[in-house]
Design a protein around this ligand. Structure first.
Ligand code: AMP
Ligand code: GLY
Length: 429
């Protein structure tokens, strides 16, 4: 079948790489893609929110399966757009409709959903400009630190962890009155701080049945030792030791089952990925957030561990036949380290020539912010490449990845040298 993947990051390169290996894939396109997706698929110069152009392309190229990488088009209703068009409604789509995508698009929606369905999460209250007085008074009653979250999509920047009351009050004012995150902060959640270890859990559902993909740990901060600003993700590891069978059984019973059942009860026909950001608090799972897509860079370490056919898997989710799909996962450890442009997540320069890509032999390179320019590959974003290696043990995978990174260079390239080291040092089990 002909398949179209939407997106242009390391997540989409990894999905495209895996899809391209399937006998079930005849012709694979990625829109808009990057220099890496061009190696395994045909890039199409269409942006992910240009539904009209995507629809036309799907009709012309007889696309049967549409895999939506990022959250934006889902929150904007790409599924609803396809379902409303007689010529597009037969296309199978991996990704929920506009209402289901609110699980990520609105933190207030997802918090209400969790509370309604008894899913463990931090206590929280939502305030608006109209109720700011109550909000400021409520802050006085909260234990420190206090978590403040913009309700809408804020490119991963909408969460502030305030260490004292003054900072919390200033932040609430900035978000609600000064619209620090635009419309995204017209509602703000004031949330209890959860003290624990984070884990990314990935579920693929057809609305009734579901499979649990390998879990991963993401390294979100720019600096070593988890310091500095939040980024999209600087590295990832899968599997994660503390996510043992006992913990994952709790996650399944207390979080995944009620989430999938709750969507059904609420009349939300959800076909796609559910990425559950969890906090392990003394062995108990609490949901920090839902995302309605795969994670990046988690995809780069999760997908290589899947040994069964990924097109069968995606099709089964989109078609509603997941109960017949058998997921086969490799026991090896996969590590991904993200190479970024100097300055990221602040401002950075683009267009730097990347050296050494041809010297990489023992790891895979997934592209994100890259661009092919005649005979060279140029940087074209903040997160540029993810170097992915696997081994029987975490240490083996880390050694391979960090050795091969030495071959790659461009002006002002930066990466964290401590990915997975906390797990090795047994600070995280
Ligand atoms: P989110 O955008 O909801 O994923 O939040 C971004 C990051 O803020 C998460 O990955 C956590 O590290 C942190 N965070 C969010 N909510 C909480 C919470 N209730 N307690 C502690 N940390 C949190
Ligand atoms: N790595 C976190 C995310 O994809 O949201």
């Amino acid at each position: 079948m002909n398949i179209l993947v939407l997106g242009s990051g390391g997540r989409e390169h990894t999905l495209a790489w895996k899809i391209s290996q399937s006998f079930n894939c005849s012709h694979l396109f990625v829109a808009p893609g990057n220099a890496g997706t061009e190696l395994v698929a045909d890039n199409v110069d269409i942006q992910v929110n240009d539904f009209e152009a995507i629809g036309e392309f799907v009709k012309e190229n007889e696309i049967e399966l549409l895999v939506v990488g990022p959250e934006d088009p889902l929150v904007n209703g790409i599924r609803d757009y396809f379902e409303a068009d007689d010529q597009l409604k037969a296309t199978r789509i991996v990704g929920p409709g506009k209402v289901g995508a609110q699980l990520e698009g609105s933190k207030d929606f997802s918090k209400t959903f969790m509370q309604k369905h008894g899913i463990p999460t931090a206590e929280s209250k939502t305030f608006t400009k109209e109720t700011i007085k109550e909000g400021l008074a409520y802050l006085e009653t909260c234990q420190l630190p206090i978590v403040l979250k913009a309700d809408g999509l804020a490119a991963g920047k909408g969460v502030v962890i305030a260490q004292n009351i003054d900072e919390a009050k200033t932040t609430l004012n900035a978000m609600l009155i000064d619209k620090a995150f635009g419309e995204a902060s017209s509602k703000v959640l004031v949330e209890q701080f959860l003290d624990g270890i984070e884990l990314s859990v990935f579920v693929l559902t057809d609305g009734t049945d579901y499979i649990i993909l390998p879990e991963a740990k993401d390294y979100k901060r720019i600096g070593e030792g988890d310091t500095g600003l939040n980024t999209g993700g600087m590295g990832a590891v899968s599997p994660v030791k503390f996510a043992d069978q006992a913990f994952m059984t709790k996650v399944n019973e207390k979080v995944i089952k009620p989430t999938v059942a709750g969507l059904k009860t609420d009349g939300i026909d959800y076909k796609g990925f559910i990425f559950i950001g969890l906090m392990n608090v003394d062995g108990e799972p609490f949901v920090i957030e839902y995302n309605v897509r795969m994670g990046d860079p988690e995809t780069q370490v999760v997908i290589p561990r899947i040994q069964s056919d990924i097109v069968d898997m995606l099709w089964a989710a989109a078609e509603g036949t997941l109960k017949d799909y058998e997921l086969v996962v490799s026991g090896s450890t996969v590590v991904g380290v993200v190479l970024v442009s100097g300055g990221y997540p602040g401002s950075y320069e683009k267009g730097k020539s990347i050296q050494g890509l041809a010297d990489i032999t023992n790891t895979m390179v997934m592209h994100a912010g890259t661009k092919q320019d005649d005979y060279q590959v140029l940087t074209n974003g903040g997160r540029v490449l993810t170097i992915i290696g696997s081994g029987d043990e975490l240490n083996d995978a880390l050694n391979i990845v960090y050795k091969e990174i030495n071959y790659i260079s461009w002006q002002d390239m930066y990466y964290r040298k401590d990915i997975g080291k906390d797990i090795l040092a047994a600070r995280v089990f």
